[in-house]
Design a protein around this ligand. Structure first.
Ligand SMILES: Nc1ncnc2c1ncn2[C@@H]1O[C@H](COP(=O)(O)OP(=O)(O)OP(=O)(O)O)[C@@H](O)[C@H]1O
Length: 602
């Protein structure tokens, strides 16, 4: 069988130490940092170099020229010098309000939601009250209440903090309520971690992208609000801000006299600063969420092996084959690339149960996902082919399918039951609706009555009472939920089902029951199954053929019967020995420790 091989590109060098915490470089991060940095430096250094912004030259409203690069105001003050001082003043207010509003919102949102009870109710009530008070009128009243001569930039900052934190607190509260029920937070509590540590180590890092974007939003909103207040004459007197510049430009009839150099620069600085902060904000997610830290090569859609389409599917060597996998390689393109599947070849025949066994981390799930084209970056199929031989006689090259073709193919011809599938049901939608969704997507011509009938039929097939159709997932036992997931995978009468440890979370009795159903259904309906588990003895009972994986490779591939009586590879023997037997001593694997059966260290 001809295969097309895409060479594995060189590994991206790993970033170590503190550099690993930085987001990867991108054009938007560069532009954002450039804009914010340039405006920041201008605001800090500019006032030192450009002299007194209030110094009056006798030239009134002069256009930009050699003496005054940005011209002068009506009273002959240098616009560039004013702009530098105004930038400093606005940044000062923006940062102070950003920090203040973020601290208050985190305090009322995160702490309240984490502690719960009366504290949460009190904090929540207070933020709700602050939220319904109309912001701008309150700002105007508070700002107007403070006598003009006592109004400094910090007065405005305090007013803007008071009116600017409540909305963010609501969002943080909702997110914290969701986070505090997560397993890892509960585990930290059970492990006896202190509250402050749970909040700072388990909860806050997950909120950081949200907090960062709220900070950015608060800074921009504060600069704009200050500009609005100053424009209305409620700004701080004797303080240069971008808002006060606009106020004086308006009072000096800059627009009417077409003195654009007076009002365009402050407006532009506000817009560019907001734009720069937003661009930086995009990259903050990457620092917090390691899943987003992808090397560039892995950022694109990597489901296909690029030149497969031109090669076309290779014919099946075995006339009974429904799925042929040849020389498949899958690599996770992380900083240290992981070659999770190496040179795997398999043939799945119609109606066959093919067991895929191997210890944890050997690449079983990666292989199953790649076969169903469900892998996502950083996973990449770097070589090989996966060909589906349809009942109609057509061969389908899975790695060459376009997005829409793939959507129509999946579930119709090849379906999957995922690891931990019983948790994949949506808790707020009834079983019937979830099953029906599949039919409405793939069989749009079906009537509602036919859909309901088919849903009831598959539930009966997997041994669940069709009366349960209207139940919600939480009303079903774990075993029932698992059966519902298997029913869902069977809805469209697929030719292949990939089952990735479908019974792991269940007790042995329920597990056996479900496995018996799978064999019975296979006999009745004739679909083929790829069954993945680390439980080799279970596969020996269930499968026709078994492939044993180790470190991404298939090291033994044989009929189950032969593998049971005469395992050829020492690792297969070791795996078989690792399961305690009722009739012999404890397994050699346990006694032998982690060494290779042939003596080679692993
Ligand atoms: N997103 C990822 N990024 C980098 N490496 C990954 C990623 N996901 C899996 N791997 C690596 O790929 C290898 C195979 O993992 P895989 O989940 O396929 O194993 P498995 O045999 O299904 O294990 P288990 O039985 O525990 O589910 C492991 O070394 C794992 O660390």
């Amino acid at each position: 069988m001809a295969t097309t091989t895409t060479p594995v590109p060189a590994a991206t060098p790993a970033r170590s130490g503190w550099r690993a915490l930085l987001p990867s470089w991108s054009a938007r991060l560069g532009i954002g940092l450039g804009l914010v940095g340039a405006i920041g430096i201008f605001g800090i250094v500019g006032p030192l170099l450009l002299g007194d912004p209030d110094a009056i030259d006798n030239m009134g409203r002069t256009p930009p020229g050699a003496d005054h690069w940005l011209g002068t105001t009506q009273t002959g003050q240098d616009v560039l010098s004013q702009l530098a001082h105004a930038t400093r003043g606005s940044l000062q207010i923006g940062l102070a309000v950003g920090i203040g509003a973020t601290v208050l919102s985190a305090l009322f949102g995160v702490i309240g939601a984490y502690l719960g009870g009366v504290v949460d109710e009190g904090f929540s009530l207070f933020s709700n009250v602050m939220l319904v008070i109309p912001g701008l009128p309150l700002v105007i009243v508070i700002a107007g209440f403070v006598p003009r001569e006592q109004r400094g930039w910090w007065t405005l900052a305090v007013v803007l903090v008071i009116t600017g934190w409540a909305a963010a607190a609501r969002v943080l509260r909702a997110q914290t309520l969701s986070l505090r029920g997560r397993d890892y937070v509960l585990a930290a509590r059970v492990a006896g971690e202190r509250h402050w540590r749970i909040v700072t180590v388990e909860i806050l890092p997950n909120l950081l992208p949200l907090i960062a974007s709220q900070f950015v939003f608060a800074v921009i909103a504060a600069i704009l609000a200050e500009a609005g207040l100053a424009f209305l004459g409620l700004g701080a007197p004797n303080t240069h801000t971008l808002g006060s510049m606009l106020y004086f430009a308006q009072n000096g009839f800059a627009l009417q006299y077409e003195a654009w150099w007076w009002f365009v620069p402050p407006g532009l600085v506000i817009a560019l600063f907001g734009c720069g902060l937003s661009l930086i904000n995009f990259s903050i997610d990457e620092i917090i969420n390691p899943k987003l830290r992808l090397p560039k090569a892995a950022g694109r859609e990597t489901g296909r092996v690029a030149d497969r389409a031109a090669a076309g599917p290779a014919p099946a060597a075995d006339p009974d084959a429904v799925l042929t996998v040849r020389d498949l390689d899958v690599v996770y393109r992380t900083a240290e690339p992981v070659h999770a599947v190496r040179n795997v070849s398999l043939t799945l025949r119609r109606g066959e149960i093919l067991g895929l066994a191997g210890e944890s981390g050997c690449g079983k799930t990666t292989l199953a996902y790649a076969v169903g084209r469900l892998h996502r970056p950083p996973a990449e199929v770097s070589a090989g082919s996966v060909v589906f031989h349809d009942r109609s006689g057509t061969d389908i090259d899975l790695l060459a399918l376009e997005k829409e073709e793939l959507r129509a193919f999946r579930w119709d011809k090849l379906s999957m039951v995922f690891q931990g599938a019983m948790n994949s049901l949506n808790p707020v939608i009834s079983v019937h609706e979830q099953l029906e969704d599949v039919l409405t997507t793939h069989r749009p011509g079906m009537t509602a009555a036919a859909r309901r009938e088919r849903c009831a039929e598959v539930l009966t097939l997997v041994g669940v009472d069709p009366a349960r159709l209207d139940s919600f997932p939480h009303e079903l036992s774990g075993g029932m939920r698992q059966r519902v997931m298997i029913a869902m995978a069977m809805l469209l009468d697929p030719q292949v089902m990939i089952m990735d440890e479908p019974t792991t979370a269940l007790d042995v009795v329920v597990q056996r029951g479900i496995l018996r159903e799978i064999i019975r259904l296979r006999d009745e309906l004739g679909f083929a199954v790829v069954f993945i588990t680390h439980d080799l003895p279970l596969l020996l009972e269930l499968s026709d053929h078994i492939a044993v994986m180790r470190d991404g490779e298939i090291i033994e591939y044989a009929p189950a019967e032969r593998m049971y009586h005469a395992p050829a590879h020492p690792y297969t023997r070791q795996l078989l020995d690792s399961f305690p037997s009722l009739t012999s001593e404890r397994g050699a694997f346990v006694r032998g420790g982690g060494t290779d059966p042939e003596g080679a260290p692993r």
